[in-house]
Design a protein around this ligand. Structure first.
Ligand code: HEM
Length: 407
């Protein structure tokens, strides 16, 4: 599975279209240049991301971003996985029951729907302190907005693409449904007595100290939902699709996982999935001042397109870049796995805006995959070839239907 759409997009970009026009969008392919841009104050998040996420972490830079990150960072502790594991443990029985019922009833499942449901239950509890029932589907209220955002994002990243008025008004319309859900989350959290350890709890106590207002909290919740749900859910679908093509890997790791072992191998499968199908396939930064990089001069307004997909499949950096080879992530006799270049592998971004939720994402993916692989055989029923399509995250081009059997 390699996306022709992505390849064509990146090839056109590679040719530096419209090099003389103002507000250019240029693909950056040298990992050193990528690192420089992500660490430079001459580049910031784009106007579009700000329109979308307002003052949320996903969209800001400078002092406002620093203050918000300071408020929320302690709720994503890097060295204390227990806090998030508790929410993951809480969500698992309902998830396994749902899968078990589908087996008993010989019912077909839409894989992405199931992954969105379990991921959103974990995220609502771990990040917002709100518990959902296992049959409660609230995150779908965000789906129309995510689809509308995806359409606009695509037009922005495509060379020469322009955003139509219709796409923008669709975005406005779908945002109101999402806004209702955000207001519901905040209201539920205000009424819950669950401490302040989650991100929303910390935002609400920062509000009591006058460090953030209602609108700021609303924007942060929108940012967190956008960043935390489709990304992990689609990664899980890609992972299971890749494993479907590599039954030898499944047969090797399933008994290990059932015996409570096999963590390193499972991690390698996850890392390799994120290499081949990085959910955040392209990201942008906008020059806010003139910046010279080699023989390229960035003028204010120019946009740098940074594509993890492109970097992860660069044959100059990776051997057989299009092949699924989890073993490339194995530790060697010289120690832990290292990327071929510091900025050659960045599914969670790099620099100051490195993903705040990466540990939560990895913990939930590990646990969900362990439950599925060790407990069930997955039979895919999808018609035809599936290739990645580009929304706000990279997702399969057709619904992926499966039937499960118990192992
Ligand atoms: C597989 C899952 C995930 C992937 C691939 C992913 C990827 C990314 C990437 C590439 C960035 C950098 C964006 C940039 O440079 O502008 C980012 C930032 C961010 N992510 Fe994630 N993410 C994932 C899961 C999560 C989760 C679970 C959360 C929260 C619970 C989260 C919250 C955020 C936030 C708030 C930012 C902005 C950070 C900042 O600018 O300070 N992400 N993510």
């Amino acid at each position: 599975m390699r996306s022709t759409v992505v390849r064509q997009l990146l090839e056109v970009h590679g040719a530096d279209p419209r090099p003389e026009s103002p507000g250019r969008r240029l693909l950056v392919i040298e990992p050193d240049d990528v690192g420089e841009i992500l660490h430079s104050t001459a580049f910031q998040r784009t106007d579009f991301v700000r329109q979308l996420a307002g003052s949320g972490l996903l969209a800001t830079d400078g002092p406002l971003w620093r203050e918000r990150r300071r408020i929320m960072q302690p709720s994503f502790p890097v060295r204390e996985p227990e806090r998030h594991l508790e929410s993951i443990d809480w969500a698992m029985p309902g998830f396994i029951d749902r899968l078990g019922c589908a087996v008993d009833e010989d019912r077909r499942l839409c894989l992405l729907d199931e992954m969105m449901r379990v991921i959103s239950r974990i995220v609502y509890r771990a990040v917002f302190g709100v518990e959902l029932r296992s049959d409660e589907d609230r995150v779908s209220k965000f789906q129309p907005m995510m689809d509308a955002v995806g359409a606009v994002h695509w037009s922005l990243v495509a060379p020469g693409g322009t955003v139509s008025a219709a796409a923008l008004s669709q975005l406005q319309r779908t945002r109101s449904l999402a806004d209702e859900e955000i207001a519901w989350i905040i209201q539920r959290r205000r009424g819950a007595d669950v401490g302040v350890d989650d991100a929303l709890g910390r935002l609400l106590s920062a509000q009591a100290e006058g460090r953030i207002d209602d609108e700021g909290i609303h924007d942060e919740v929108r940012s967190l939902v956008l960043a935390a749900t489709e990304t992990s859910a689609n990664s899980l679908v890609w992972c299971l699709l890749l494993l479907e093509d590599h039954p030898e890997v499944i047969e090797r790791i399933a008994p290990e996982l059932a015996a409570g072992r096999g963590e390193a191998e499972l991690d390698a499968v996850i890392w390799e999935t994120l290499r081949l199908y990085p959910p955040v396939w392209a990201n942008e930064r906008q020059a806010v001042e003139t910046a010279v990089q080699g023989d390229r001069t960035w003028e204010p307004g120019d946009r740098a397109v940074i594509s993890a997909y492109r970097l992860h499949r660069d044959p100059r950096l990776w051997n057989d870049p299009d092949l699924f080879r989890p073993e490339r992530f194995a530790a060697s006799s010289e120690g832990r796995w290292k990327p071929p270049h510091r900025f050659a592998y960045m599914p969670f971004g790099a620099g100051p805006h490195l993903c705040i939720g990466r540990n939560l994402a990895l913990l939930e993916m590990r646990r969900i995959l362990r439950e599925i692989i060790s407990g069930f055989r997955v039979e895919f029923e999808s018609p035809g070839e599936i290739e990645p399509i580009l929304g706000i995250v990279m997702r399969p081009s057709a619904p992926v239907s499966v039937r499960l059997r118990r192992r």
